[in-house]
Design a protein around this ligand. Sequence first.
Ligand code: SAM
Ligand code: SF4
Length: 330
Amino acid sequence: MIDPFGRHISYLRVSVTDRCDFRCVYCMSEDMSFLPKAEILSLEELERVCTTFVNLGVRKLRMTGGEPLVRRNIMWLFQQLGRHLESGALDELTLTTNGSQLGKYAQQLADIGVKRVNVSLDTLDPEKFREITRWGRFEQVMEGIAAAKAAGLDVKINAVALKGVNDVEMNDMVRWCGAGGYDLTFIEVMPMGDIGGEMRFDQYLPLSMVRAELQKQWTLKDIDYNSGGPARYVEVAETGRKIGFITPMTHNFCESCNRVRLTCTGTLYMCLGQEDAADLRGPLRASEDNDLLENAIAEAIGRKPKGHDFIIDRRRKSPAVGRHMSVTGG
Ligand code: SAM
Ligand code: SF4
């Protein structure tokens, strides 16, 4: 699959549920209403869409959400998709998780062929953790991360940089990740979805400031490493681990974009920062063979936009993209 700007589309991110056992302040409001079941693709339908994408050339699948590991029977989907790893059709099957269920599932994931997990963790302070996630239990996530490590999974920590919240503990996070053997990626908070109040302006912390702060304590070496995604990487000389910086608001990384995103209702977003989308649930449910679905995917890739335009509009005080991150999975 090649889009109009010559980019190979080889990476599909799938939000398998819009539900979550946490309510992170930058991601959801506390009283979220979730989608009715009839609108959500069944696990069988998700398997069919993912397999169709693999047949069309996708080499990497990432399950996300909401929280992917709270979807009932989710291991069935991982098992089915794991077959594509065995056949060599797929290079990587992975997930982004809040870590709460890793204690339960890490070993199964490793057995299926998952090699790496991204775990979102914004703070090492249990009290702050509860404030950020509202419903999360810090100890449970720590146990989850330990289980992932014990199962032989590579763990990468994702931390959203939040002004006045975790800015004071960036150095601790680098140290902790160094000791645990985890890479670390900082993410700038993005203006997505109405989360109530004016939180977002207060939260925004440019990663240039995070980097400047880290440089006072650590030797950061620019490296060429590219995961195919939007992060720029440095290596911390003292720990040997990588730190990534995802700066959607201050940098344009769209030229090398290789990905599209599927929501749990079967909507395909060609760009995280644009509203344009294609419905795949209609063609999926309209026919048992995959011709309609394949056509709909081809048509969608044919209109993948050149790039995005995130802005936090201070006058309108509304997000540039109306949907929540838990819809497209980030
Ligand atoms: N529940 C899983 C988790 O937390 O990792 C997967 C879904 S979550 C939506 C994926 C990532 O998006 C997490 O790392 C989260 O911190 C990030 N995220 C959510 N809302 C965001 C926002 N408004 N700006 C930047 N990152 C955000
Ligand atoms: Fe749930 Fe992840 Fe959103 Fe937090 S960031 S509320 S864990 S989906």
